[in-house]
Design a protein around this ligand. Structure first.
Ligand code: G4P
Length: 517
């Protein structure tokens, strides 16, 4: 029997504390000895990485996702990191297609923010159960009951608080655990670098902790009356979210959250193939590519495809077949990735992520299996929201321009949209977040020696359509139908009014926000 897996992501609005929490989870799982180590190590590694990584360093943001694997309580955790910058990218959506659960981090002073909502929409679309961590309780916060209301009203999820804060801001002393009626009192350690010391008491003693203790006890009594208890079935069905309170900076409540991932987050389950037939976990090996990244490390000038194992067992060296091309794929160069570091992986189980190096033939969404018969559904994406016209500035370097575009498109850095009338050297580049353009321009120049100019277009909104819809829409004013490289047809509109008018005047026409080729 293999060690059970928990494959999950942490998502949050920027600055809510995702990076801090990730590091503290590693600290409590014993994967690092002191907080601060991961950032420092990433920093050293980055010194040697390519120019666009330089851009990450300059901005102090993580543009690319990493995978962290560690153990806790007899479980192997695969934590897939999502980009933490203000901008949104396709990457985040894709990472969420490869996890079985997510932890959503809220800032106790802010509750649900813009990007929390957007991420939640993606998670719901994927049917991923969510555990909520209300962070920064050591700072002036909203009332905990207000945060619950916010979750319920804005996300439409019933919050089921598992822990409850005892005081907030400077009076934050710990959290009560509603399950066993105890409470944990924490003490801060220097810079929160080591685990906080903690002591467990019976909840009956809460009132000894002055005004904040009494207020917490009263809240908990109220919660007991309304019966807001964790219900595993409803959580897995995406109806409820267990809520934990804490402070990642000071390590308060981090261990309880880590335990919740073991206790509540579901193990990998059989993933349905494109026909809807679930692939047996103990069947043949199968997995799908959810992310591709080129030139991750200039010392290895290569291209890594991240594969999520969905069934069977991966063994390095096994011969697989890519369903799309029906070509064999050798797995001699398989890696396990911890942040930016890589080790050769010999075996991987269902739920694990394998990095396949030199994956020149693979594209996002590809399924690899032993027989070559398995095909998982394509990864849906949301319609892009930014559109710029690209011009190749150096026509003498057309080949490099074309190759670079193709690569960035396959990696999902940018979506390349074309139309026969526009010509090959002037595609429209579409993105979910504008930062994607900066990455694309910089990488085209440094990695392919291709210079491009980007000009605004009149479009601000896109919807997926089909051939029938395209025939109608192409005749409209202020609308253009372009083809994405995977064959998906995107209708671009100047604004939402034009879109609504097109919808109204052509009832029954396909105009969808979710894009699948
Ligand atoms: P993100 O990945 O979600 O963008 O957030 P990140 O962890 O980088 O945290 C954003 C800021 O919030 C950081 O401060 C971090 O130290 C702080 N923070 C995270 N968790 C807590 C918490 O529980 N309590 C308090 N009080 N602060 C917290 P910074 O000043 O921007 O960066 P740094 O100089 O501390 O690294």
């Amino acid at each position: 029997m293999s060690t059970p897996r928990r494959t999950f992501a942490i998502i949050s609005h920027p600055d809510a504390g995702k990076t801090t929490l990730t590091e503290k989870l590693l600290l409590y799982a014993g994967a690092i000895e002191e907080a601060g180590a991961v950032k420092a190590r990433a920093g050293r590694q980055r010194d040697a990485t390519s120019d666009w990584m330089e851009m990450e360093r300059e901005r102090g943001i993580s543009i690319t996702s990493t995978v962290l694997q560690f153990e806790h309580r007899g479980h192997i955790f695969n934590l897939l990191d999502t980009p933490g910058h203000r901008d949104f990218s396709e990457d985040t959506y894709r990472v969420l297609s490869a996890v079985d659960a997510a932890v959503i981090v809220l800032d106790a002073a802010k509750g649900i923010e813009d990007q929390t909502l957007k991420l939640f929409e993606v998670a719901r679309n994927r049917g991923i159960p969510l555990i909520t961590f209300v962070n920064k309780c050591d700072r002036p916060s909203l009332l905990p009951l207000e945060i619950l209301d916010d979750i319920e009203e804005q996300l439409g999820l019933q919050p089921t608080p598992v822990t409850w804060p005892i005081g907030t801001g400077i009076e934050f002393q710990g959290v009560a655990d509603r399950r066993d009626r105890s409470f944990w009192r924490f003490e801060r350690t220097a810079h929160g670098a080591k685990a906080a010391s903690e002591e467990q008491f019976d909840s009956g003693r809460l009132i000894e902790f002055g005004e904040v203790g009494r207020a917490s006890a009263a809240d908990i009594e109220l919660l007991d009356e309304v019966g807001a208890d964790h219900d595993q079935k409803r959580f897995l069905a995406g109806e409820t979210t267990p809520v934990f309170f804490g402070s990642a900076l000071w390590n308060f409540g981090v261990r309880l959250l880590l335990d919740a991932v073991v206790d509540y987050a579901p193990p990998p389950s059989p993933r349905p193939d494109i026909e809807g037939t679930p692939q047996r976990l103990d069947g043949q090996f199968s997995g799908f590519v959810f992310k591709i990244q080129a030139n991750l490390d200039p010392r290895h000038r290569d291209r890594v495809a991240y594969l999520r194992v969905c069934s069977g067992r991966f063994e390095r060296g096994m011969d697989l077949t890519n369903h799309r091309t029906q070509k064999p794929f050798g797995t001699k160069y398989a890696h396990q990735l911890f942040g930016r570091e890589r080790d050769t992986v010999e075996v991987a189980e269902v739920g694990d992520i394998v990095g396949l190096v030199n994956a020149g033939d693979l594209v996002i969404g590809d399924t690899l299996s032993e027989s070559g018969d398995v095909r998982f559904p394509p990864i849906p994406t949301f319609a892009p929201e930014h559109f710029r016209q690209a011009y190749n500035l150096d026509t003498g370097r057309y080949k490099q321009f074309r190759k670079g575009m193709e690569q960035l498109d396959e990696e999902g850095v940018i979506q390349v949209l074309r139309h026969p009338d526009r010509g090959d050297q002037q595609p429209v580049l579409a993105a979910v977040g504008p930062l994607q353009y900066e990455v694309a321009v910089r990488r085209l120049e440094t990695e392919y020696g291709a210079k491009i100019d980007l000009q605004p277009t009149p479009y601000s909104i896109a919807r997926r359509t089909d051939a029938e819809g395209a025939a109608v829409l192409a005749k409209l004013r202020d609308c253009e139908v372009l083809t994405r490289s995977d064959g998906a047809l995107l209708a671009l509109f100047h604004n939402v009014h034009r879109l609504e008018a097109a919808r109204k005047n052509n009832p029954g026409i396909l105009l969808d926000t979710i894009v699948v080729a």
